[in-house]
Design a protein around this ligand. Structure first.
Ligand SMILES: NC(=O)c1ccc[n+]([C@@H]2O[C@H](COP(=O)([O-])OP(=O)(O)OC[C@H]3O[C@@H](n4cnc5c(N)ncnc54)[C@H](OP(=O)(O)O)[C@@H]3O)[C@@H](O)[C@H]2O)c1
Length: 248
C-alpha cells in the first residue's frame, strides 16, 4: 500500500459500482482523494465516505464527455494540491451490453459509448498529464516518485478474445481505449508516468449484474495490488485484477 500512502488520486464515476469501491478503499490510505461523478448531489454513499474522511476526500462534478468540465477540475486540483500520483479512469457505459448485436448496431449508440469509454479517459489523461508529471517528483518521501493512469477497460475489449456477436459498441470502445492506453504510455513514458489498462473482472455492479463472480471489494483490492506494484516497465500493459496479463 506504500504507493497509495500520501498520494493524491482522482477517480471518475466514483458514485456507484467499482468507482465507489475505489473511493471507499482509497479514502483511508491516500493523502487526498478527488472523487468525481456526474451528480454529486445524488451520490449519498460517496457523501458518507467523504464525511468519514473530511480532510481527505473532495467531491467534484465531472462528466468525462465535457471538456470544459474536465478543465475546471484540472484547475481545482492544481489549486489544491498541484500534483497527482494516480488518475483512475473508471467511468463507463455499456451501450446495450449483451443485447447490442450486429443487426441492431446504430451510430448514435456507438458514438455515445465511444465518447464516454474511449475519448473520455484519453482526454482525461491528456488534461491531467502535467499534474501527473508533477506527481513523479514524489511527496514527503512517502511515495517513490511514481505516477500512473489506471484505465479501467474490459477483457471484452480484447480483439484477440472477441468471438461472440454481443456487446458491439462496448467492445469496440474498449478496444479503442486499449489503443489509447498504448498511446498514453508512448506519450508519457519519458516523463516517468505509467499508463496501464486494467480489467476489473466480472463484478457485481449495475453493469456487471447480480450473477457476476466478483464483489467490488475483491475486484478493487486486486486492482490496488496491481497498481501498487507498477513500475515504468509496466507502462502500456494490459492486466486483469488478479495481476494476469491479458492479450490485446
Ligand atoms: N462490472 C463489470 O463486470 C465490469 C467488467 C469489465 C469492465 N468494467 C468497467 O469498469 C468500470 C466501472 O463499471 P461498473 O461496473 O462500476 O459500472 P456501473 O455500476 O454501471 O457504474 C458506471 C459509472 O460510470 C459513471 N459514468 C457513466 N457515464 C459517465 C460520464 N459521461 N461521466 C462520468 N461518469 C460517468 C456512472 O455515473 P452515473 O451514476 O452518473 O451514471 C457510474 O458512476 C467501467 O469502465 C466498466 O466498463 C466493469
Amino acid at each position: 500500500m506504500s504507493f497509495f500512502r500520501d498520494s493524491r488520486t482522482l477517480i471518475t464515476g466514483a458514485n456507484r459500482g467499482i468507482g465507489l469501491e475505489w473511493a471507499r478503499q482509497l479514502a483511508g490510505p491516500t493523502d487526498r482523494l478527488f472523487a468525481t461523478c456526474r451528480r454529486p448531489s445524488e451520490a449519498d454513499q460517496l457523501h458518507e465516505i467523504a464525511a468519514s474522511h473530511p480532510d481527505t476526500v473532495d467531491l467534484f462534478t465531472l462528466d468525462v464527455t465535457d471538456p470544459s468540465a474536465i478543465q475546471a477540475v484540472v484547475e481545482q486540483v492544481q489549486d489544491r494540491v498541484g500534483a497527482l500520483e494516480l488518475l483512475v479512469n473508471n467511468a463507463g457505459i455499456n451501450g446495450g451490453g449483451k443485447q447490442d448485436r450486429f443487426e441492431g448496431v446504430d451510430q448514435e449508440t456507438m458514438m455515445d459509448v465511444f465518447r464516454v469509454n474511449a475519448a473520455g479517459p484519453h482526454l482525461m489523461a491528456k488534461a491531467f498529464a502535467d499534474l501527473l508529471r508533477a506527481g513523479t517528483a514524489g511527496r514527503r518521501g512517502a511515495t517513490d516518485g511514481r505516477a500512473a493512469v489506471a484505465n479501467i477497460t474490459s477483457q471484452l475489449g480484447s480483439i484477440a478474445n472477441a468471438q461472440s456477436d454481443t456487446w458491439h459498441s462496448y467492445r469496440a470502445s474498449k478496444a479503442a481505449l486499449n489503443m489509447c492506453v498504448r498511446l498514453q504510455a508512448a506519450a508519457l513514458r519519458d516523463d516517468g508516468v505509467v499508463a496501464v489498462a486494467l480489467h476489473p473482472g466480472w463484478v457485481r455492479t449495475d453493469m456487471g449484474g447480480a450473477e457476476a463472480r466478483l464483489s467490488p471489494e475483491a475486484s478493487v483490492e486486486g486492482m490496488m495490488e496491481v497498481v501498487g506494484d507498477l513500475s515504468l516497465e509496466d507502462t502500456g500493459r494490459f492486466f486483469a485484477h488478479d495481476g494476469k496479463e491479458l492479450p490485446w
